[in-house]
Design a protein around this ligand. Structure first.
Ligand SMILES: [Zn+2]
Length: 668
């Protein structure tokens, strides 16, 4: 409990600085354009699962276009009924959980009024639009015709009153009993893209409907959010706690966040709070009482991620991070990322060797970079968000917990994180072929996860092995440095890859790396090289008549020249359509080894030698660079048949395990 003088001081400060417009309370120099700024007062009714909100939006036109209308996301309307695009696409279920139930279970958001600062009422101008699919039942996007245009460099201030009814949690957001994870909960202005930005041919709002398989896209801003709720609730939110005021049975908590693209909060009476500082970052874990013994695993793994990201990508620019561990019944809000706020997931007595907590915590933390700091369009280029993040997840997991043990570390049964993610791609590739570059809701055969997570993680690890660690770190650090707090596109990333690879390797891989991305990103082709055959044929000396001292002499025996007594052949086939330059290591019985290089383009190649020894074995890609090759078991060939692949996984078991794990906890 606070002392009385503190209460008085708090009240005084609140009057002086907080109301009516504490958006001026900017703590440090802007890191981002800050063109979408929100002051929100929200009041939670825990029984009715309703948030009543009043917000002031300050939106700045940072483009050279004149803006005549605004567009907003009303994400919660995805949960209004089974007719929404989210529900029709998902069939009413998400990550194994189903929507619906009684009236309380559905979610929606209503805008009660929208007024300009000068009093002009825009409420009547609000209309639903369905830019993606024309679905008349979808109410997740609105457009608002403006009375006065917004000229370049000018801004608009709007007062918006809204009511948000939270759904029973089945996909990311909502309530479960008295646990609340309040995400995608307020009217969210879309991103205006001028011509030339990303793939925009002409200027316009980029405002997609809420789809089953898609996340979000938003501009940066400063958020000041007051949350009023019963005083016994423990609250966590994006940003830093600026103020807490108790008033009878209620309290009002003020959060302040800068240079972020979204704002989320959580409330529960049951959370236990665990705190730890790491360098400039205050880490706060809100964990379920029954999981308290797992707190160390959350904290240690997020510190491992912070250290790795700061070393290999760039600084974590925020002062804090909140980790939320949802209750069992709210598990579908776990494994989610918001600015300075992530949700993980655990179950009681999870063995230390099963590193799901670490995997999810590290993955979701990674989104602070690939989502928040590098704010890509997650609707349209999911691979830049999920794929790059899963790539970093594999690097951090394997560096921290071991290449062969990071995901599962039991002594008799273990697998690394990269191995696990790669398996998700190679085991499914025949059934889920698609390009990684696609709109998130447009992957065929339910291939969103495989093509936006597993496949990019696999091909980015392949790229790293081809160009080398130093070059890859340079690529990623340059990407971070140039594009932090902006909206990079796929083309922007590839341009950096081309520039940095040329800097490190000149034209070793060709004039640019487009050949790589054309195949792994823009095509669904599969990579599979096979070491088909080795043959060692003894060379007999010639028989018959040879000239010797002016005579013809008959030779009948098979005397051999020992230096070239064998004709050796190695035959390699390209079974897939995707081509990669490959190395082939050839090992002779006498211990000699030869490495051959092949551009991998023809359908098959034959390497021939004449030597005094038989070839014993040969292996394609001996350094295991080409992880995108879907079948590593056919990469090596040993004469005399014990064709043991270097490593054999119990693939079917792992695939089964993967399905089980994903039905327990899916992360996005
Ligand atoms: Zn993710």
């Amino acid at each position: 409990m606070k002392q009385l003088w503190q209460k008085l001081l708090t009240t005084l400060l609140l009057i002086l600085f907080v109301f009516p417009a504490f958006s001026q309370t900017i703590f440090k120099e802007a890191l981002s354009p800050r063109n979408a700024n929100y002051d929100i007062s929200a009041k939670l009714n825990p029984e009715k699962k309703i948030v009543n909100g009043k917000m002031q939006l300050n939106w700045i036109n940072i483009t050279n276009d004149t803006i005549t209308e605004l567009q907003f996301h009303l994400y919660l309307n995805a949960f209004k009924n089974t007719g929404s695009t989210f529900m029709t696409e998902s069939g009413g279920s998400f990550r194994g959980s189903s929507a619906g139930g009684d009236e309380l279970a559905w979610g929606w958001i209503d805008i009660l009024s929208m007024r300009q600062k000068d009093g002009y009422d825009l409420t009547k101008n609000i209309e639903f639009i369905r830019p993606d699919d024309g679905n008349e039942n979808d109410q997740t996007v609105i457009r608002v015709q403006l009375n006065d245009s917004i000229l370049p460099g000018k801004s608009i201030d709007l007062d918006i009153d809204f009511t948000s009814k939270l759904p029973k949690i089945f996909a990311r957001t909502g309530y479960s009993d008295n646990y609340f994870l309040v995400g995608q909960w307020f009217p969210k202005i879309a991103v205006y893209e001028p011509a030339g930005m990303r793939f925009a041919k002409k200027g316009g709002w980029n405002c997609h409907q809420f789809h089953a398989n898609s996340e979000f896209y938003a501009d940066y801003g400063v958020y000041n959010v007051n949350i009023t709720l019963p005083k016994d609730y423990v609250v966590g939110a994006t940003g830093i706690l600026a103020e807490e005021k108790i008033n009878g049975n209620e309290k009002t908590i003020k959060y302040h966040a800068e240079d972020v693209i979204d704002f989320v909060w959580t409330a529960s009476e049951k959370f236990i709070e665990v705190k730890q500082d790491w360098k400039h970052v205050k880490i706060r874990l809100l964990i379920q009482p029954e999981h308290k013994n797992l707190a160390k695993r959350h904290i240690e793994s997020v510190i491992a991620a912070l250290e790795y990201f700061e070393k290999h990508l760039g600084e974590y620019p925020y002062p804090n991070l909140t980790i939320v561990d949802p209750p069992f019944r709210g598990a579908q809000s776990g494994g989610m990322e918001y600015p300075t706020f992530i949700t993980a997931g655990s179950f009681a007595n999870m063995p230390n060797e099963m590193r799901l907590i670490e995997n999810v915590t590290i993955h979701e933390f990674g989104h602070q970079y690939f989502m928040n700091i590098l704010a890509t369009n997650e609707f349209e280029e999911a691979w830049m968000d999920e794929g790059m993040n899963t790539y970093f997840e594999t690097r951090i997991m394997d560096a921290t917990y071991g290449e062969k043990t990071a995901f599962l570390g039991f002594s008799n049964f273990h697998i690394g994180d990269l191995e696990y993610q790669r398996l998700g791609y190679v085991h499914n590739n025949s059934r889920n072929i698609a390009e990684s570059f696609r709109f998130a809701w447009d992957y065929p055969y339910g291939g969103y996860g495989i093509n936006s997570y597993n496949k990019p993680a696999t091909f980015l690890n392949t790229l790293q092995r081809i160009v080398g660690n130093e070059c890859m770190d340079d690529i990623m650090k340059t990407y971070y440095k140039r594009w932090k707090f902006k909206h990079p596109s796929t083309n922007d990333f590839i341009a950096i890859v081309n520039e940095i690879v040329t800097k490190h390797h000149a034209d070793k891989f060709g004039p640019n790396m487009n050949w790589f991305f054309d195949q792994v990103l823009y095509s669904s082709n599969i990579c599979d090289y096979e070491l088909s055959r080795i043959s060692n044929k003894e060379i007999e000396s010639i028989k018959g008549l040879v000239d010797k001292n002016g005579d013809k002499k008959l030779i009948t025996n098979n005397l051999k020249d020992s230096a070239t007594s064998y004709e050796n052949k190695v035959i390699i086939k390209r079974l897939g359509e995707l081509t990669m330059p490959v190395e082939i290591l050839i090992h002779f019985e006498n211990g000699r080894e030869v490495t051959k290089y092949w551009d991998g383009k023809e359908r098959a190649i034959e390497f021939k030698f004449k030597s005094g020894s038989k070839i014993d074995w040969a292996k394609i890609d001996p350094e295991n660079k080409i992880l995108i090759d879907v079948n590593l078991a056919n990469n090596s060939y040993k004469i005399n048949k014990e064709t043991k692949p270097i490593k054999k996984y119990t693939v079917k078991f792992l695939f089964w395990l993967q399905n089980i794990i994903q039905s327990i906890i899916w992360f996005v």
